[in-house]
Write a protein that binds this ligand. Structure first.
Ligand SMILES: C[S@@+](CC[C@H](N)C(=O)[O-])C[C@H]1O[C@@H](n2cnc3c(N)ncnc32)[C@H](O)[C@@H]1O
Length: 339
């Protein structure tokens, strides 16, 4: 069959679906799976095909509520959906309902990216919105009201963009003449600001767009809170699976799994070992991760930066990982900059 990549790109492909299903279904016992990133429902739907699996799913995006409700009708005894954020996981899970598996498939769904009215894609010519859902501000607010210092910081730190200073300066200049209304106007400002394209493989706008999206949705704070809550509510012996797509996300997940696992019993640089030794609520974690195979990369090029990491919960008592938040305070503080 002759299928072009461009026609395939428009479809929704759950990333590393086979790997996720295999990782979830270790044996034949009854499993409760918490899908924290329902999106197109790809993982939930596939997992519900197994007779001994029940799924609870959440997503912050209002536009997926209907999809969630339809799946509830299809699997009334096996599936429940909540429009919620990672940071409220503990509100969704009741004490007697501890999940065996918790999955986070981070970032945007194809549906969000391809709905140009949401302004996530630099191909859009609509409002610069970028709200995933249950967010308090839009990217339009950020671009048009935040001061230059904070704009630069957001683009530099959350986007890892080397020319952040120039981009922030040009945003301020442009909005002094006229409010920046559309994605096309923002794209133009970034293009004239970027003299060098250090990484020819990615669009010049990618990093700035990533930064704005992370900021608007407080994505690093959400991930940190989500991982902490997931470790509190998961069953002993249960697994947390995370698929990340960029280096900040991956750094956070890797740090958390490594520093709170039994191979590393003293996660804090600041605390004496004796106070800290017990905080190993994950089994040994040796920086293992999976990436998509060659066939998936052809079918779905957007999966190229995916990394799947998993950690298994021990029976250790959960001690709040304060130093985890300390380690990534820089990101949390930036995300809290007032707009
Ligand atoms: C990559 S998509 C998931 C795709 C899904 N695995 C599938 O198979 O269709 C990520 C989804 O997670 C949601 N999401 C991102 N951050 C979230 C958060 N903090 N809380 C709840 N949902 C979130 C997004 O709205 C998006 O729908």
């Amino acid at each position: 069959m002759n299928i072009t990549i461009s026609s395939l790109e428009k479809k929704h492909f759950p990333v590393m679906l086979d790997e996720v299903v295999q990782t979830c279904l270790i044996n034949n016992k009854n499993q409760l799976i918490l899908d924290c990133t329902f999106g197109g429902g790809g993982y939930s739907r596939e997992l519900l095909k197994f007779p001994n699996v029940k799924v609870i799913a959440i997503d912050r995006d209002k536009s997926v509520i209907n999809r969630g409700k339809n799946l509830e009708k299809e699997f009334p005894k096996k599936f429940t959906f909540f429009n919620e954020k990672f940071s409220n996981l503990d509100k969704v899970i009741k004490k007697e309902n501890e999940p065996d598996i918790i999955i986070f498939d981070l970032g945007l769904s194809t549906f969000q990216l391809q709905d140009y009215s949401r302004g996530f894609s630099f191909k859009s010519n609509e409002k610069i919105d970028m709200q995933m859902g249950l967010s308090k501000i839009s990217a339009e607010d950020v671009i048009n009201t935040l001061d230059e210092k904070n704009l630069k910081l957001i683009i530099k730190i959350l986007g890892e963009e080397q020319e952040a200073g120039k981009i922030a300066k040009n945003i301020i200049k442009a909005r002094a003449i006229k409010k920046i209304d559309t994605v096309t106007e923002l794209v133009r400002i970034i293009e004239i600001s970027k003299k060098k394209n250090y990484n020819k493989k990615i669009n010049v706008c990618t990093k700035t767009f990533q930064a704005l999206r992370i900021f608007v949705n407080k994505e690093t704070t959400e991930l940190i809170e989500g991982l902490i809550k997931a470790s509190q509510i998961i069953k002993f012996g249960g697994k947390i699976i995370v698929i990340s797509f960029h280096s900040i996300e991956d750094k956070i997940v890797k740090y958390y799994f490594t520093n709170y696992s039994s191979n590393k019993s003293n996660p804090s640089r600041y605390m004496p070992i004796e106070n800290n030794q017990k905080n190993s609520f994950f089994k040994k974690y040796k920086n293992n991760f999976l990436i998509p195979g060659p066939e998936e990369l052809i079918r779905n090029p957007a999966s190229r930066s995916a990394k799947l990491r998993e950690a298994v919960r021990t029976k250790q008592e959960f001690i709040y990982p304060k130093e985890f938040k300390e380690e990534f305070k820089k990101y949390i503080d930036i995300e809290n900059a007032a707009v």
